[in-house]
Design a protein around this ligand. Structure first.
Ligand code: SAH
Length: 241
């Protein structure tokens, strides 16, 4: 009768919260995208697994809700935080058509935070998170948000910066931001945060425009004050030092 919607953090088992672990341990059924299920394999022996490939989010959520309606305790797992480009919203929306079940969202460390910690302290001041994926949002709306955030001098954190089909999206985003910010703005990216092959880079906005990124990369574009301190990307909070 209970459905947990759980953020697993970036991938490193040490970054899963004890609360998320406890909910997983209590669950009869674990639902999620195959890759995330693999991250927690060692803790879910003897549990029913409902894994579906990418892009079948609606089916995955319905299956999880149906198991909870049947009386099971279910964990729907997502990477990072379940409420940040995750499944939490869809679970609430779809559950309205079913008999009532108890839903609890358990937060996780979202990529913006885990990647920021790798680069230094880029998100110390106001920041905007923008996904460059136009699967569910029209590109014109994404462009408007990039313009607005850059114009307002927000630090910008980009999720889904590019994919095989959208290989030039990061470059397009950088060009828009350069209409408002200097090409020398301090930027960074982190690939495979908390996973095997984690790499990170600090570079200028101009360089970022031609950098190779993919769906496992989180990108940071500094504000006008962001600087490099001892090799780390730092946005000053404003303290007089
Ligand atoms: N719910 C997730 C975000 C899902 S959207 C969260 O809160 O983190 C998927 C995007 O998140 C990816 O394209 C990438 O930009 C970012 N991301 C998620 N996990 C990541 C990781 N381990 N390393 C780098 N980027 C990651």
């Amino acid at each position: 009768m209970k459905l947990y919607v759980i953020g697993l953090g970036p991938g490193d088992p040490a970054q899963i919260t004890p609360k998320a672990m406890a909910a997983i341990a209590q669950s009869d059924v674990i639902a999620g995208y195959t890759v995330y299920i693999a991250l927690i394999n060692q803790w879910i022996e003897n549990k029913k697994i409902l894994s579906t490939p990418m892009k079948q989010e609606i089916d995955r959520c319905r299956m999880a809700i149906e198991e909870a309606v049947k009386g099971k305790t279910v964990s729907m797992v997502c990477s990072g935080d379940a409420g940040v480009y995750g499944m939490a919203g869809l679970i609430y929306e779809l559950s309205a058509a079913y008999p009532p079940i108890e839903i609890e969202v358990i937060p996780g460390v979202t990529a913006a935070c885990s990647g920021a910690a790798v680069l230094g302290a880029p998100l110390m001041h106001d920041f905007a998170v923008i996904s460059l994926s136009d699967l569910l949002t029209p590109w014109t709306r994404i462009e408007e948000r990039l313009h607005s955030a850059a114009r307002a001098d927000f630090v910008i954190c980009l999720y889904n910066p590019s994919s095989k089909k959208r290989s030039d999206y990061l470059e397009k985003a950088c060009r828009i931001i350069m209409e408002h910010q200097s090409p020398n703005t301090v930027c960074g990216y982190v690939k495979h945060i908390g996973r095997e092959g984690q790499t990170s880079m600090i570079l200028s906005l101009k360089e970022l425009a031609t950098a190779q990124t993919d769906m496992f990369t989180t990108v940071y574009i500094g504000n006008s004050q962001t600087k490099v301190v001892e090799g780390k990307m730092v946005t000053p909070r404003g303290y007089r030092t």
